[in-house]
Design a protein around this ligand. Structure first.
Ligand code: 6PG
Length: 476
């Protein structure tokens, strides 16, 4: 497809022209950068050429060699291909054509351990490599995503102008920044997705409380979520939730939400977050439970059977509806703060362990726009880390801690009311338990230590003396 001007080479190349790739290519081109695209699937190449506008300097190549020939030196090649083997396959092919000093950027949702492996071998051959999280879905890619690059700093500097132009913008601040070495970018994106899972679970529980407990219909739910989105819960996820309740199913002409099967799927990033949090021993109750509830939802047939076999209370609330709605809103906000707290705590620990040197304020700053978890709350989180870059736990920030303390009674009330009505609200429950555990100056872990020492002579520490102790318990 010789559709390019041979005299001028392209600023950047993009491999993988699915919807995300085509949108991001057009986004970069809209900002005046020339982009060469390539996909093995010729129809996708063609689609990009059909979609492009006159002003966009977008070209596509028929094969890999032609694609590489379109790029100015040193070359910058971005991949937007599915995580896993496809990334390795593209890298292997790229390395046949690229020269030392060229830059490869992986903008997919790669697992950070894969990025570590790749970056080690690629940098040692003299190439530059960035593992870059990109969030915002199709419209974000087209109009401005949040970008989370990490890896070779020089590589970032080379394409910083392109990324800054293409990223979302909040208060004249682009939602992109160099995050750190190695897999830091993909790690931050992974935790972003963990928080995404946690908040989606919390919002779905609030929906369930209203739908079942208060018998609210989609149109009314739209109004309530829309109103909540005007307040402190203002966020992309609340906004789309409110929209969702208005959507009608073309086939049945009923609200689409009511005909969608209640089995949640997942591609794995939430699970990766939970795994790594376990590995780093950072409690991320809300992320873990969000993954588990997606798993639970998938047992639809079993739930149908158990729903007949196992009796429970009627899921109906007593009391004044508006007052309950207000308490749900307040409880949800507290729980959302607690969910972000866990994600940020995980990032803090990972940064130490993996030597990412993350600046937490920067992370919060680049999440304020473009990404799925963008929310008014992120400005408060940013300012908390600005005041104290070493903040050990977000709830120890005056403003954020106070916000949860002031709503604690509502969260407790909603957890009690929801569980008394037999509604599964584990996200709200564990958010409250995280808060209670965090502020417990004494946990019953002393008993766990006594039990361990009893059955396994694992020893224990004492409150009144240093050292390790063992007791011959009971009648042994
Ligand atoms: C984003 C999203 C994006 C994708 C999720 C969906 O930030 O733009 O997080 O990465 O939609 O990976 O994840 P699940 O399929 O696991 O829900």
């Amino acid at each position: 497809m010789a559709n390019h001007d041979n005299h001028k080479k392209c600023d950047i190349g993009l491999i993988g022209l699915g919807v995300m790739g085509r949108n991001f290519a057009q986004n970069m081109a809209d900002h005046g950068f020339s982009v060469a695209g390539y996909d093995r699937d010729k129809e996708k190449n063609q689609a990009l050429m059909t979609e492009r506008t006159e002003q966009q300097d977008l070209r596509v190549a028929d094969d890999f060699k032609e694609f590489i020939g379109l790029l100015s030196r040193p070359r910058s090649v971005m991949m937007l291909v599915p995580a896993g083997d496809p990334v390795d396959a593209v890298i292997d092919e790229l390395l046949l054509y690229l020269e030392p000093g060229d830059l490869i950027i992986d903008s997919g949702n790669s697992r950070f351990t894969d990025t570590n492996r790749r970056i080690g071998s690629i940098e040692s051959k003299g190439f530059q490599y960035l593992g870059m999280g990109m969030s915002g879905g199709e419209s974000g890619a087209r109009r401005g995503p949040s970008l989370m690059p990490g890896g070779t700093r020089k590589g970032y500097e080379r394409i910083a102008k392109i990324l800054e132009a293409a990223a979302a913008n909040v208060d004249n601040d682009p939602c992109v920044a160099y995050l750190g070495p190695g897999s830091s970018g993909h790690y931050v994106k992974m935790v972003h997705n963990g928080i995404e899972y946690a908040v989606m679970q919390l919002i779905s529980e609030a929906y369930d409380l209203m739908k079942q407990g208060l018998q609210m219909e989609p149109e009314e739910l739209h109004g309530v979520f829309d109103r909540m989105n005007q307040g402190e819960l203002n966020s992309y996820l609340m906004e789309i939730t409110s929209d969702i309740f208005l959507q009608k199913d073309e086939k049945t002409e009923t609200p689409l939400i009511d005909v969608i099967l209640d089995e949640a799927r997942q591609k794995g990033t939430g699970e990766w977050t939970a795994w790594d949090a376990l590995d780093l021993q950072v409690p991320t109750f809300n992320i873990d439970i969000a993954v588990m509830m997606r798993d639970m939802s998938a047992y639809k047939t079993l739930r149908e059977k158990a729903g007949h076999a196992l009796a429970g209370p009627k899921p109906l609330f007593e009391g004044e509806k508006d007052a309950i709605l207000q308490r749900i809103e307040s409880a949800l906000y507290a729980a959302v703060i607690i969910a972000y707290t866990q994600g940020m705590a995980l990032l803090g620990q990972a940064s130490k362990r993996y030597e990412y040197g993350l600046d937490m304020e920067t992370v919060a700053r680049i999440w304020r726009g473009g990404c799925i978890i963008r929310a008014a709350l992120l400005e408060k989180i940013r300012s908390a880390y600005q005041s104290n870059p070493d903040l050990e736990n977000m709830l120890l920030d005056d403003q954020l801690g106070r916000a949860v303390v002031e709503r604690e009674k509502d969260l407790r009330y909603i957890v009690c009311t929801g569980s008394a009505a037999g509604l599964p609200i584990p996200g709200l429950m564990v958010a409250l338990s995280y808060f209670d555990a965090l502020r417990s100056r004494r946990l019953p872990a002393n008993l766990i230590m006594a039990q361990r020492d009893y059955f396994g002579a694992h020893t224990y520490a004492r409150v009144d003396a240093a050292g390790t102790f063992h007791t011959r318990w009971g009648k042994q």
